[in-house]
Ligand binder design. Structure first.
Ligand SMILES: *[C@@H]1O[C@H](CO)[C@@H](O)[C@H](O)[C@H]1NC(C)=O
Ligand SMILES: *[C@@H]1O[C@H](CO)[C@@H](O)[C@H](O)[C@H]1NC(C)=O
Ligand SMILES: *[C@@H]1O[C@H](CO)[C@@H](O)[C@H](O)[C@H]1NC(C)=O
Ligand SMILES: *[C@@H]1O[C@H](CO)[C@@H](O)[C@H](O)[C@H]1NC(C)=O
Length: 227
């Protein structure tokens, strides 16, 4: 059995505030069983995996020894290659992804082609960078979505210095924001966009991404079979 594997682009922050170790491992491990994964970060810079514990430190030591753990630069990403975009929970996203113009171009390709996008927890801040092609509105205007709530963020020390509050940004830019209780597993799906409220929602969000891509794949091969 050698059906070609779908390619998934995993977008990572390279800010010092980093990417959640736990959310990354869950997202990467689950997605690897269904996709071949390419990591990408601003200028291909190194990624800090934060809040590591004794268990996942071993996982990262092994992971870092593989060439595939080195991210490529957004500038070199050929978006057409990828069937899915995945952004794990990343406290750094609000600092280096939320206003990244190269990332905006990549995400706009996914919106135009209606290809699955999955963003989780603090990683949802990365979606803030996306301007519509006419430059007049936010790329996710009118989408229903979730992301870290003001209450969840207010517990963190850096709350007062955050450049963007995701919940407020979504509401202020015409998105439909929805959340559940603090730390609850909560996933919203609207068309090709899957968002998870927090790192706890990683598994459910990525499972939905996998299913959505499997459906798309069948839709494509199904229509080919019709000839
Ligand atoms: C994802 O991969 C797993 C393990 O290879 C497989 O069992 C599962 O059916 C795949 N899921 C989809 C939706 O293709
Ligand atoms: C959003 O919805 C409003 C009202 O239904 C509509 O007028 C507008 O064109 C939509 N904007 C986008 C970007 O889809
Ligand atoms: C989220 O959506 C559910 C179901 O539609 C609704 O009951 C709830 O009030 C919404 N929550 C917020 C914060 O909008
Ligand atoms: C996909 O997300 C929905 C919530 O939007 C959830 O009810 C469902 O269980 C998820 N599917 C999987 C396979 O995790």
């Amino acid at each position: 059995m050698s059906a070609p594997r779908l390619h998934c682009l995993m977008v990572l922050s390279s800010a010092v505030e980093g990417v959640s170790a736990q959310s990354f491992i869950q997202a990467y491990t689950l997605a690897s069983s269904n996709f071949s994964i390419q990591l990408a970060s601003p200028h291909g810079k190194n990624v800090e995996y934060v809040q590591q514990d004794d268990n996942n430190r071993r996982w990262f030591n092994e992971f870092r020894s593989k060439a595939s753990s080195n991210p490529i630069a957004f500038e070199t990403v050929d978006s057409a290659r990828y069937s899915a975009l995945l952004i794990p929970s990343s406290p750094g996203a609000v600092h280096d992804l939320a206003s990244n113009t190269e990332l905006s171009q990549i995400v706009n390709h996914f919106i135009r082609e209606k290809k699955p996008i999955c963003a989780i927890g603090s990683g949802v801040a990365a979606l803030c960078c996306v301007m519509s092609p006419d430059g007049k509105s936010w790329g996710f205007k009118n989408y229903s979505m979730t992301g870290p709530s003001v209450f969840e963020l207010a517990r963190t020390q850096e709350f007062s210095s955050l450049p963007v509050i995701v919940e407020d940004f979504i509401k202020d830019h015409g998105g439909q924001y929805n959340n559940s209780e603090m730390d609850a597993v909560h996933v919203i799906i609207d068309r090709h966009l899957i968002t998870g409220q927090n790192a706890h929602s990683t598994l459910m969000a990525v499972q939905n991404l996998t299913l959505m891509c499997a459906q798309n794949k069948h839709a494509v091969s199904g229509s080919r079979d019709m000839r």
